[in-house]
Ligand binder design. Structure first.
Ligand code: MG
Ligand code: MG
Length: 254
């Protein structure tokens, strides 16, 4: 395993700005989610807002990914490619996964958004996934270990009869989108690397209604659930401080 960066005060200040940009753009994207809107429209909006804020897309061109936004719908777990043919419908679960680079630093965050009114089952999955992220973040205190984050997420998810999507993890983040360490959404208490103030980690549970197994579509990007049941995703970029976790991509109050 490589070196985990401890960010300086100056770096942390820039990462706060990057995180703020990501969160503010996600707010706008969330407002734009509606029946009839295409995932292409959402990506175009993301690109426009990035330019307005003097930031660059984090995902476009990353290993060849063609868009600013990962737009995954319903049984698509993650890495969906925006498309003019993908029109949102009432009842869909829309996953917006979005990152930005600002003055050399990355922010990364994801939200699941209901399109109009969704089923009670879909809403329950959404709520549980958001709460699983919250549980993971609460474990991000100095002295805890990476495995405590995964344990918090996994135990919350599985107690509700859901599964953690297999094969995807959170990650360190900073001058690169993906840095050491990996931050699995499963784990054992007290295992893995020790968490220290100045580490910045993106925590991102992907939670499936049914099986934890996923497969890749022919586009080589979009991951879908093997049983075609729903999946939800939430992510925040989080700084570990002496006093506990600071969510750099949190939504502005009110
Ligand atoms: Mg992300
Ligand atoms: Mg991420």
């Amino acid at each position: 395993m490589g070196q985990v960066e401890i960010k300086s005060r100056e770096e942390i200040a820039l990462m706060r700005e990057a995180g703020r940009i990501v969160s503010d753009i996600l707010d706008e994207l969330e407002k734009a989610v509606a029946p009839g809107v295409t995932t292409w429209d959402l990506d175009a909006l993301a690109e426009k807002l990035l330019a307005q804020k003097g930031a660059r897309p984090a995902f476009k061109g990353y290993h060849g990914f063609p868009a600013c936004l990962c737009a995954s719908v319903n049984h698509e777990v993650v890495h969906g490619i925006p498309s003019k043919r993908r029109k949102l419908r009432e009842g869909d679960l829309m996953k917006l996964d979005f990152g930005a680079v600002y003055r050399g630093f990355f922010g990364d965050s994801a939200r699941t958004v209901p399109v109009g009114k969704v089923s009670a089952e879909a809403q329950a999955l959404l709520d549980a996934t958001r709460q699983a992220l919250h549980k993971g973040i609460q474990a991000m205190v100095p002295g805890n270990r990476v495995g405590d984050i995964g344990y918090a997420v996994q135990s919350y998810v599985e107690a509700r009869g859901y599964s953690v999507a297999r094969g995807f993890t959170g990650h360190g983040i900073g001058r690169r989108l993906h840095e050491e360490p990996e931050v699995p959404n499963v784990g054992q208490r007290g295992s893995g690397m020790k968490l220290r103030p100045g580490m910045v980690l993106a925590v991102e549970p992907m939670v499936n209604q049914g099986t934890d197994e996923v497969e890749l579509l022919e586009d080589d990007w979009t991951a879908i659930t093997l049983d075609r049941k729903l999946s939800a995703h939430f992510e925040h970029t989080v700084l570990i401080t002496q006093g506990g976790p600071e969510v750099l991509t949190r939504q502005r109050a009110g």
